[in-house]
Design a protein. Structure first.
Length: 166
């Protein structure tokens, strides 16, 4: 499902009528209230969302044509996704994680630092894991360090202060 954007992982079933328990892959969980449909990875089907509710950091979905526990069980450990045109518009200086992964990172002096391999959401601010052949760095995603993000060129420029890359 490479053309789709994963928004949740189905971790279990819920009840006997085919509801799905999902781990959200978004920091705005209520996003599911805004969706009319999702795509299921297991069968690559577009499915209408019949109901959605939230409990203890998880999303519970009732999707069309999944009407019993046995059918729901077959979706366990697969992903639900959306298309790019279903994405929300983000505020300025906010980015989707999938846009950042693979981005090349350079210092403001032009030195290559590495590629972003992961984004950790710590609560206070995100932290970018940047790796090159020999080292791995953790760069806080704050304006003090992030000078420029160019999504079209997949390039980020950071201010390197003493101790940041040690």
């Amino acid at each position: 499902m490479k053309d789709y954007i994963k928004v949740g992982k189905i971790v279990n079933t819920h009840g006997v009528k085919g509801s799905l328990k999902c781990l959200p892959l978004t920091d705005y969980m209520e996003r599911f209230d805004e969706l009319d449909y999702v795509y299921t990875e297991m069968d690559n089907e577009k499915r209408k969302i019949d109901d959605v509710w939230y409990r203890k950091g998880l999303v519970y979905l009732k999707l069309e044509n999944i009407d019993d526990m046995n059918t729901a069980q077959s979706f366990k450990d697969t992903y639900i996704s959306i298309l790019e045109d279903q994405l929300r518009e983000l505020p300025e200086d906010s980015y989707y994680i999938f846009d950042l992964i693979g981005m090349e990172v350079y210092s403001s002096e032009g030195d290559y630092i590495g590629k972003i391999t992961d984004v950790y959401q710590t609560g206070a601010n995100d932290v970018y894991e940047v790796k090159n052949n020999s080292k791995s760095y953790l760069i806080p995603a704050v304006k003090e360090f992030i000078k420029e993000v160019n999504l079209s060129d997949k390039k980020m420029i950071i201010n390197v202060i003493e101790g940041l890359l040690e």
